[in-house]
Write a protein that binds this ligand. Structure first.
Ligand SMILES: Cc1cc2nc3c(=O)[nH]c(=O)nc-3n(C[C@H](O)[C@H](O)[C@H](O)COP(=O)(O)OP(=O)(O)OC[C@H]3O[C@@H](n4cnc5c(N)ncnc54)[C@H](O)[C@@H]3O)c2cc1C
Length: 450
């Protein structure tokens, strides 16, 4: 036993920090964690969970429409944004309380306040100095705001969750999953949505067929998509609305909206943390550079989750947190596995993907075969909805291993979670084909594709 106050002090009670602390405490370490906003972090408070709740809310619009094809007469529905936000807030408060009690139950001391690193073993929280054998930086990420004039009038996902009323006209700026998801939320709830993205196609990093398919469906769903488009300035008008100068290949056009949401990426949350001063190496985006076991360039300082600027997803942060605790206190050097991480976009329609895109496979493998299916889901036959589903398998033609699976369509995230087991296990196309279908489902296409 040394004379540090704690064995592990964690900065940030989000997905990664909470898991690392609880597992470490379970292994006998004396743990404390500091949180300067709300326990649960981005995922619980202003990320995955509230976003998914708003996605459910938005989807009811289609359900009401589709019901007519099945014989239902639905009175014109009405929607209350304040009621939705209040219900969402109650659920988030409940979850935060669960996280707090989990920490207490694991005997992790919780300090409400911002922590700053003073040296390799010391932090300061609210004027109090605390020492620990190991420090863990799990401070997550923060939305990046472009610097055009009037950017201060715009919101990010942080503020979108707390709007007091639903904007009637929204400009969404960005082409990543947060932009696409919030475009779907606002559109589903009745707003007119313009999505402006500076690149040539949405969802960089996803399979090209998925990107193209989703773009078509978003436009079909009523989103006004502007590619190669960047806001030049935003001006607040006397009536409170916003005038945006949007630059596209055709020149600058003016757009009047009630809200501009910037979903232009996130940066690691390391500003003012004292890391560089303590000798911790940071990458160009400010991310903490770590080895496979979560150690930074200062051996007693570690980092997990979004702050490491690797794969910014909750399950990844959680695995990294658990692996770090096992490494430091379980006597087992453990690294989180970053290969074949399944991921989803809760857009309308949603996307699920695992493994290589076709382009990645063609760049890295000698021979590739690709199997795709595109169809209107059975449900649409009576509802008349035109939306199409896309499913795609990418196969290493030499080994016959399925190296990638991609889907755009209802339930894609749920389906891909199960398919991810097969991809991770390295199963072959023949083994997919030998699996009996569940009929009638969309998922059966994954075992019947020729
Ligand atoms: C809109 C949105 C939607 C998302 N949807 C999904 C999804 O569907 N699926 C998915 O897997 N991922 C999703 N993510 C990503 C996911 O939320 C993050 O990957 C995950 O929360 C990362 O966990 P973390 O522990 O690294 O950081 P965080 O969860 O961000 O936690 C960091 C915590 O540290 C605190 N903190 C920061 N600085 C300090 C300090 N100096 N002292 C004390 N505390 C500090 C912060 O307040 C925060 O609570 C989404 C993110 C956003 C923004």
């Amino acid at each position: 036993m040394d004379d540090f106050d704690y064995d592990l002090f964690t900065l940030g009670a989000g997905s990664g920090g909470v898991r690392a602390s609880r597992v470490a405490a379970g292994l006998g370490a004396r743990c404390a964690i500091a949180e300067d906003h709300r326990v649960g972090g981005t995922c619980v408070i202003r990320g995955c969970v509230p976003k998914k709740l708003l996605t459910y809310a938005a989807h009811f619009a289609q359900d009401f429409e589709d019901a007519a094809g099945y014989g239902w007469t639905v009175a014109p529905p009405s929607f209350s944004w304040p009621a939705l936000i209040a219900a969402k807030d109650r659920e988030i408060a409940r979850l935060e309380a669960v996280y707090r009690s989990l920490l207490a139950g694991s005997r992790v001391a919780l300090l409400d306040g911002r922590a700053v690193v003073l040296d390799a073993h010391t932090v300061e929280v609210g004027g109090r100095r605390i020492t620990a054998r190991h420090l863990l930086v799990a401070t997550g990420g923060w939305p990046v705001r472009p610097g055009f004039p009037g950017a201060e009038h715009c919101i990010t996902s942080n503020e979108a969750f707390a709007l007091t009323e639903l904007p009637r006209r929204v400009l969404m700026v960005g082409g990543g999953y947060v932009a696409v998801e919030f475009a779907g939320i606002f559109r589903g709830l009745g707003a007119m949505v313009t999505l402006a993205y500076r690149g040539e196609q949405l969802l960089r990093g996803f399979d090209d067929d998925v990107r193209a398919h989703l773009s078509i469906e978003l436009v079909r769903g009523g989103i006004d998509m502007r590619l190669h488009a960047t806001p030049q300035s935003v001006e607040r008008l006397p009536d409170g609305s916003l005038r945006v100068a949007l630059r596209t290949a055709a020149g600058v056009s003016l757009l009047e909206v009630d809200a501009v949401m910037l979903a232009t990426g996130r940066a690691p949350n390391t500003q003012g943390l004292g890391l560089a001063e303590a000798g911790v190496a940071l990458d160009d985006d400010g991310g903490v550079v770590v080895d496979a076991f979560g150690a930074s360039s200062v051996p007693s300082i570690h980092a997990v989750g979004d702050v490491t600027n690797r794969i910014a997803l909750t399950p990844v942060a959680i695995r990294e947190g658990a692996a770090l605790a096992a490494t430091l206190f379980g006597g087992r050097p453990t690294s989180a596995d970053h290969v074949d991480v399944p991921h989803a976009v809760f857009s309308d329609p949603p996307v699920g993907a695992v493994g290589m895109t076709e382009a990645q496979a063609r760049n890295t493998l000698d021979a590739v075969s690709v199997h795709t299916a595109s169809f209107r889901p059975l449900k649409s036959m009576l509802s008349g909805r035109e939306q199409k589903t896309l499913m795609k398998l990418v196969v290493d033609a030499d080994t016959q291993r399925v190296v990638g699976a991609h889907m755009v369509g209802p339930d894609a995230p749920e389906i891909i979670q199960a398919i991810a087991i097969a991809v991770k296990a390295g199963l072959t196309k023949a083994q997919f084909d030998a699996t009996m279908a569940v009929h009638p489902t969309a998922a059966e296409e994954f075992v019947t594709m020729r």
